[in-house]
Design a protein around this ligand. Structure first.
Ligand code: HEC
Length: 229
C-alpha cells in the first residue's frame, strides 16, 4: 500500500500535476539562452551557475548550477521561476561552494516592472583572459609578481595592466627548450603551464581540484587563441 502511494507520488511529480497550475506558474520568470565555448575551462572545484544577485553582490540570492554540455557550441536554454523581488541582476558566474562570487561572465540588469524576462547571452568564451587575470593572477600571483615591496619574482609582472604583454609570445628566459610563456593555440609551447604543473615553488599553490581548474582554465584560454578577452 505504502509502496503504491509512493509510486503514485513519484509519477505525479514527473508529470508535474500535483499542484494546481496557478501555484506552479505564479511569480516572475526568466528565460535565457547561452552557448559556451572553451569547455576545457569549465570550473572543476567551483561551479558554473546562473545566479540572482541583489544589492550585495558578494552572495547570491539564488543560484542554479549549470550542467556541463556534452559538446562545444551547443545552445542551452535556462529557465528560472519565481524571480525574487529584490533581484537586481541575473548573472552567469563562477561560484565557490559557499555560493560566493569568484567571477562573473555576464550580467543582465533586472528592472522592477515585474514582467517576465527573456534574453540571449550569445556565445561565452569560458577561457577568457579576464577570468584568468581575476581568478588566478590577482588572487594568487601578484603578491610575488606584482612589483609590491616584495619586488618582481622571476622578473615577471602579472598585474592586470601588464600580465598579457608579459606573457603572450614572450620567450621565457628559464625555459630550457626556449618556449614562450604563452604561445597562442599551442599548450605544449607554453612555459606558464609547465611552471604551474612542475616548478617546485608553484606546483603546490592549489589543492588538487583547484589546480585542475586553474590548469584547465589557462589551457582553455591558450587553445582558444590566447585572446585579450
Ligand atoms: C611566493 C611567491 C610566488 C608566488 C605566489 C608566485 N610565484 Fe611565480 N615565481 C616566484 C619566484 C621566486 C620565481 C623565480 C623563478 C624560480 O625560481 O622559479 C617565479 C617564477 C615564475 C615564472 C617563471 C619566470 C621565469 O623567469 O621564467 C612563472 C611563469 C611564474 N612564476 C608564474 C606564476 C604564477 C602564474 C603564479 C600564480 C598562480 C605565481 N607565479 C605565483 C615566486 C612566486
Amino acid at each position: 500500500m505504502v509502496c503504491t502511494l509512493l509510486l503514485l507520488l513519484v509519477m505525479g511529480c514527473d508529470e508535474g500535476k500535483i499542484y494546481p497550475d496557478e501555484t506552479i506558474d505564479s511569480g516572475r520568470t526568466a528565460k535565457l539562452t547561452v552557448t559556451f565555448n572553451d569547455l576545457e575551462a569549465w570550473p572543476k572545484k567551483n561551479t558554473l551557475s546562473v545566479c540572482e544577485f541583489g544589492e550585495d553582490r558578494t552572495k547570491a540570492l539564488l543560484s542554479r548550477r549549470i550542467t556541463k554540455p556534452t559538446s562545444e557550441g551547443k545552445q542551452l536554454t535556462i529557465q528560472l521561476t519565481n524571480i525574487k523581488a529584490d533581484t537586481k541582476t541575473i548573472e552567469i558566474v563562477v561560484l565557490n561552494r559557499g555560493l560566493e562570487l569568484i567571477y562573473s561572465y555576464y550580467s543582465y540588469p533586472v528592472d522592477d516592472s515585474g514582467e517576465n524576462i527573456e534574453f540571449a547571452v550569445g556565445e561565452l568564451d569560458l577561457g577568457s583572459f579576464d577570468r584568468v587575470q581575476a581568478q588566478v593572477f590577482d588572487q594568487n600571483c601578484i603578491a610575488c609578481h606584482g612589483g609590491s615591496s616584495s619586488g618582481l619574482s622571476g622578473n615577471l609582472d602579472l598585474r592586470e595592466e601588464n600580465a598579457y604583454k608579459s606573457l603572450v609570445n614572450v620567450e621565457a628566459p628559464l625555459s630550457e627548450e626556449g618556449k614562450n610563456y604563452v604561445t597562442p593555440g599551442d599548450i605544449h609551447n607554453s612555459y606558464l603551464l609547465d611552471v604551474l604543473e612542475d616548478d617546485p615553488i608553484h606546483q603546490d599553490m592549489f589543492n588538487s581540484t583547484g589546480k585542475q581548474e586553474v590548469l584547465g582554465l589557462i589551457r582553455g584560454w591558450i587553445q582558444g587563441g590566447a585572446l585579450d578577452n
